[in-house]
Design a binder for this molecule. Structure first.
Ligand code: FES
Ligand code: FES
Length: 199
């Protein structure tokens, strides 16, 4: 059946089986391959897209169900070809991506968080990304990326001053070198604890 989907501000048409997921439609029919297939069971968050601004699992939604909503994929965040959004740039600058497979979903989730709250606490950030699994366990840099993007959004989007990060008061128990947590694995445990607390 024919669907007309509003993706990244553009109406796109496809002829799909009613059972075809939004994720497969985005990737196969619209060639928007930034949304990734991980678990395809709603667990990992690699397929995250924004539906009317809210992070949603594209693997759990049929394309026909997305009719009438505004869908944003990672391809829709860049302000112009060859440019990066503030959140994308912050992920690059803080090395918030390793293999990159989870990164589009992480960035969209972070974008949604910062749209609603440009001064999130560390706990806010950890909770927001708790539905996005990074198999590389590089959560430390990811959290730092979101903090950095929030800081830029609140201020002037000035380039990062490495000396400022060094001079900042360190969190309790952490060296004054950087705001980034030193052990990504501890952040993963924290995220697991949060997820457990909600279920
Ligand atoms: S691929 Fe959708 S949640 Fe994992
Ligand atoms: S960067 Fe590798 S899974 Fe997230």
């Amino acid at each position: 059946m024919k669907v007309k989907l509003n993706v990244n501000g553009r109406l796109r048409e496809a002829d799909v089986e009613p059972r075809k997921t939004l994720l497969d439609t985005l990737r196969e029919d619209f060639l928007l391959v930034g949304s990734h297939a991980g678990c395809e069971h709603g667990v990992c968050g690699a397929c995250t897209v924004l539906i009317d601004g809210e992070p949603s699992r594209a693997c759990l939604m049929f394309a026909v169900q997305a009719d009438g909503y505004e869908i944003t994929t990672i391809e829709g965040l860049a302000p112009a070809p060859g440019e990066l959004s503030i959140v994308q740039d912050a992920f690059c600058e803080t090395h918030g991506l390793q293999c990159g497979y989870c990164t589009p979903g992480m960035i969209l989730t972070a974008h949604a968080l910062l749209t609603q709250n440009d001064a999130p606490t560390r706990d806010d950030i950890v909770e927001a990304i708790s539905g996005n699994i990074c198999r590389c366990t590089g959560y430390g840099q990811i959290v730092e990326a979101v903090e950095f993007a929030a800081d830029r959004l609140r201020k002037t989007n000035a380039p990062r001053d490495p000396q400022a990060a060094v001079a900042d008061e360190p969190p309790a128990g952490r060296p004054a070198k950087s705001k980034a947590p030193q052990e990504g694995i501890l952040e993963a445990a924290q995220i697991d604890a949060l997820r457990g607390g909600r279920s």
